[in-house]
Design a protein around this ligand. Structure first.
Ligand SMILES: Nc1ncnc2c1ncn2[C@@H]1O[C@H](COP(=O)(O)OP(=O)(O)OP(=O)(O)O)[C@@H](O)[C@H]1O
Length: 970
């Protein structure tokens, strides 16, 4: 037999056998075995794989030319189709099992996360009152009278972000299966809700991880998904789209408020909410960061960057080619709720009080709703708040809900912790000991079985995936083209639930040895502790951990709007009807306020029909109009027709808006002044100044005039030599004012020596630990009046000659994990000298006083405070800066470039420009620390303090107690 004939006969035999194999049910296994034996004995045998033909590479090389490809290829394709069907069925099974598993766990699950003590709390008197195991929280209320609360899962203080997300992951997974999902972070203010949801650059929270997981799973799937990303906040009962540019000035037209609509099937839609399609993780993250910038945050007694609203992220998922999905279009809500707060404790007033009340009301309404859902009550009070209205179709039986309750470990927060845990217990409807042990054991066993089933399904999927991969490769070789079965949805070697492969994701070291299991099924640190198999791994310490490079999120407050009904101070935004219900003078606390939820009528579902002009306000500024048009949905968009915008358009327009002056629109919380310091005729400046003839005689008059002239002529400072000369004259100390050598400070408060008092108090009250007290002063609660040159025609009449000088150098060390804004004033704390504490609320307001002759050189170093470096001072620069600091804010930023010893001092001007500089001269220093590690700040001060009456009209410090100071002495 020639080689050619042998090949031909082998081929024919193989084909014959193969066709017979199609009738395999009629053939005996012995017969197949013997035929296969014959085939193996033939030259260049063709081995058979599962049911098809397998051609070795060498043989392919030799025989491709004469093989009858038209026979082999269809068979491989048939095989692939069969395997794809298998995978599809396994997917359906997996979905069912996952859903069953989640149902058993509960469609509404409540987790608890206990915040770790921060450095300041550790060194202070606070002692932790919260102890946890994997599902219980124990409160040390009194000796022998501990309280305990049970949760679906408890994350203790050392739990990592990855651990938290591992419990959230199944919900995200089931969102891809078409279920609506809702994940909340609830808790007292300052307990770490934003940390859990947003996280930091190095410790990304649930939002970035969820986005990433969604895209990863979608990629692995064989379906085509469309994701759209939206962000809104509920601020004082109003829905605000965080992607719509906010007005830069109070007079600018405001974008219309969003309204909630319901369709015939009970689906909820937020009308006009901008939804931007995103196709990958990076796009979504960019949008998220963008939206975060417009969130309303403010400083309170409890948290320097307190969220004053509920921030809601909506990811809408649409998939039309997966009939097995629960819905064609569904949504995931990720909600960072505003912090519940006891108004009496936070001492909030005015704006902050209203915000706190609005937050408490809606949280109470949310608790009512979830409780009613849990108890399967016939009436669910969705209409009691905007929050619950928006989430109506995402809470309930057909949805997955996760509530992450956050508590503080501090003793002084015990009351709030009890309230929070009580709320959680109410939501969960289960208190410790009320669960039937037999029933829970049965449930545990069933869940265990489901877990095992899922693992089996996952194994099978992987095996078939590998086969598909092999066949595809062969097909490619035979055809010389890419495989036609590219959409095999399980081509990856990784288990479907393992997210550790993403290039964006910080890898979880614990994933490796337990990779057999989906991550959310792997034991957590808690359970490992319980079972004695604890891995001593904490977040950030993993070897080889890939850090996610996330830019630090920037926060900015909302734009100020004049509030008519409260004319004695500037305020922002409108007041909801809910907040109006409550008398501002009433001293309530959070506990009593929660009773108001049923009275709130802020939440009626309404159809807002806006005129064209209102939807698209025509401004004289063509660009502004363009911005709005680019981002707002189209006029014609009706209910359920939220326009989908191009992500690039949205981002571009936002960037344009930001560049145009987002810094300008940052919140500058205004602080009302007591009547004695308020002057007639001035309302929009924090401090009003009557015109006084004394001003004409003021030694600062020259300086004031210079400023005025400068504004009028719009000249740059540097170009005005006259100005500089005059400034020089004014600021140069003549009678020993500028003592450049540090001298020891007068520490004896003496009303007769105001300059010393002021200088010392500014440090004592704002920065230095009060060793005699168990409490700390609240350094950030600096309320500043404004001497607004525009509104006051440039006169700063109350400033009188300077009468003191101090030069000091101090070094401090900030605590880690701070993402805070600090303010301090070289003028000092006047409340002692005034003789009474001013309970004027809190603010980290800009200080817009005229440049005085205080001079600060600021330097920032990382790590060792002793090695703090000072930026050099340049006389010329200082003079320029002194003027520039008017209406400016000094902002420290943790530079990404760690090699830079100075770490970069960035100044943000009123115009939004930033410039690196080494010297700051300003009457008040405000800066934001994004530092994760301790850093130190060293400054030289040369303060010439104004006399008491000037201080009284400019600065007030609230006397917040109990709030840990962000600073410790370095
Ligand atoms: N698990 C944690 N690990 C480390 N730091 C944390 C943790 N939780 C919270 N923090 C820190 O505590 C501070 C307050 O947290 P955060 O701002 O997230 O609180 P919040 O509950 O969102 O407050 P609010 O409701 O007022 O907005 C932040 O500096 C944050 O970094």
């Amino acid at each position: 037999m020639t080689l050619m004939e042998r090949k031909k006969s082998a081929q024919n035999l193989a084909e014959t056998i193969h066709s017979l194999l199609g009738l395999k049910s009629n053939l005996t296994s012995n017969w197949i075995r013997s035929v296969c034996g014959i085939m193996r004995s033939l030259p260049s045998p063709r081995s058979s794989n599962r049911i098809g033909l397998k051609i070795s590479d060498t043989e392919k090389e030799n025989n491709t030319s004469d093989m009858d490809l038209s026979m082999v290829i269809p068979k491989i394709k048939d095989e692939l189709a069969e395997l794809s069907d298998c995978i599809r069925q396994l997917n359906v099974q997996r979905r069912q099992v996952l859903n069953e598993y989640l149902d058993m766990k509960g469609n509404i699950r409540v987790f608890c996360r206990v915040r770790p003590m921060n450095v300041n709390e550790n060194i202070g008197c606070a002692r932790p009152v919260v102890a946890t195991d994997s599902s219980n929280v124990f409160l040390k209320v009194a000796r022998g009278n501990n309280k305990s609360y049970s949760f679906d899962k408890v994350f203790h203080p050392s739990s990592s972000q990855g651990e938290v997300f591992s419990e959230v992951e199944p919900v995200i997974k089931s969102a891809l299966d078409g279920y609506n999902a809702c994940i909340f972070a609830y808790g007292q203010t300052g307990t770490g809700k934003t940390f859990t949801m947003e996280g930091t650059r190095d410790f990304p929270g649930i939002v970035p991880r969820s986005i990433e997981a969604l895209f990863e799973h979608a990629l692995e799937s064989n379906c085509t998904y469309l994701f759209t990303f939206s962000m809104l906040e509920i601020y004082l009962g109003n829905l605000k789209d965080l992607f719509v540019p906010q007005p830069k000035k109070p007079t600018d037209p405001r974008p219309p408020c969003l309204s909630v609509q319901m369709d015939a099937r009970g689906g909820i839609e937020v009308e006009n909410l901008v939804a931007i399609p995103v196709s990958d993780y990076n796009q979504a993250l960019r949008l998220y960061k963008l939206g975060c910038r417009f969130r309303s945050t403010a400083s309170t007694n409890s948290n320097l960057t307190s969220s004053r609203s509920h921030c809601m992220i909506r990811i809408k998922i649409t998939c039309s080619d997966a009939p097995e999905r629960r819905r064609e279009s569904n949504k995931v809500w990720l909600v960072d709720l505003g912090g519940s707060e006891r108004v009496l404790k936070t001492k909030a007033w005015g704006k902050r009080l209203e915000e706190g009340k609005a937050i408490n009301l809606s949280l109470s309404a949310l608790g009512d709703v979830i409780n009613a859902l849990q108890r399967k009550k016939p009436h669910i009070p969705f209409r009691n708040s905007k929050l619950t209205q928006v989430l109506k179709d995402s809470l309930g039986e057909d949805s997955k809900t996760l509530m992450l309750v956050h508590v503080s470990p501090k003793e002084e927060d015990l009351c709030e912790t009890i309230c929070t845990l009580g709320f959680a217990a109410r939501v969960r409807s289960i208190h410790l000991g009320t669960e039937d042990p037999i029933e829970s054991a049965r449930k545990e066993a069933a869940m265990q079985t489901l877990q095992e089933t899922m693992v089996k399904i996952e194994d099978e999927r992987q095996r078939i995936s590998r086969e598909i991969k092999d066949l595809n490769r062969k097909l490619e070789n035979l055809m010389g083209t890419s495989p036609s079965y590219e959409n095999d949805h399980s081509t990856t070697e990784e288990p479907e639930f393992d997210f550790g492969t993403s290039k964006h994701k910080a890898k979880d070291a614990r994933a490796a040895p337990l990779s057999k299991l989906p991550r959310f099924m792997r034991p957590t640190i808690c359970s490992q502790r319980k079972s004695g198999t604890e891995h001593q791994i904490s977040e950030g310490k993993h070897l080889g951990q890939t850090k996610r490079r996330r830019a630090p999120s920037h926060r900015a407050g909302s734009v100020n709007f004049p509030m008519k009904s409260h004319s004695d101070y500037r305020s922002d935004c409108s007041i909801s009807r809910a907040s109006c219900l409550i008398d501002l003078d009433t001293m309530c606390n959070a506990d009593t306020e929660t009773e108001y939820s049923q009275d709130t009528n802020e939440c009626d579902v309404k159809m807002v029909v806006l005129s064209e002009e209102r939807r698209f306000p025509i401004t004289t500024d063509g660009k502004a109009q363009l911005d709005h048009n680019m981002v707002l949905p189209s006029i014609g968009s009706k209910f359920y027709s939220t326009e989908i915008l191009e992500v690039a358009d949205g981002l571009n327009s936002q960037n344009a808006v930001n560049a145009a002056g987002s810094c300008k629109s940052k919140r500058v919380p205004a602080v009302p002044l007591p009547p004695k310091f308020r002057c007639n005729g001035q309302s929009n400046a924090g401090v009003s100044c009557t015109e006084s003839s004394d001003a004409e005689n003021s030694p600062l008059k020259g300086l004031i005039d210079i400023c005025k002239n400068r504004e009028e002529s719009q000249k740059s400072y540097s170009s005005s030599s006259t100005s500089e000369a005059e400034i020089d004259k004014l600021i140069t100390p003549s009678t020993g004012f500028m003592d450049t050598h540090s001298e020891s400070c007068c520490r004896t408060p003496s009303l007769t020596n105001e300059s010393m008092i002021c200088t010392q108090h500014s440090i004592d009250a704002l920065m230095i630990l009060d060793h005699d007290s168990t409490n700390y002063h609240c350094p950030h609660d600096v309320a500043c009046g404004r001497l607004d040159q525009n509104s006051n025609n440039g006169r700063v009449d109350q400033l009188t000659p300077m009468d003191g000088v101090k030069s000091e150098t101090h070094s401090f060390e900030a605590s880690p994990y701070e993402h805070r804004e600090y303010c301090f004033s070289p003028f000092g704390s006047p409340h002692d000298s005034i003789g009474q504490e001013k309970e004027l609320g809190v603010s980290t307001s800009n200080c817009n006083v005229e440049p005085d002759n205080s001079n600060l050189s600021l330097g920032l170093t990382r790590g060792d405070p002793k090695s703090a470096s000072l930026f050099g001072k340049s006389t010329a620069g200082r003079q320029r800066d002194m003027l520039r600091m008017k209406h400016q804010r000094a902002l420290f930023k943790d530079n990404a470039n760690h090699n830079n010893a100075g770490m970069g001092l960035k100044r943000v001007s009123a115009e939004g420009n930033t410039q690196n500089t080494g010297t700051v001269v300003c009457p008040e220093i405000c800066f934001t620390s994004h530092a994760r590690n301790p850093f130190s700040l060293t400054f030289d001060r040369h303060v010439v303090s104004p006399p008491k009456e000037v201080l009284e009209s400019i600065f007030y410090h609230s006397s917040g107690t109990g709030t840990p100071r962000p600073w410790i002495r370095g």
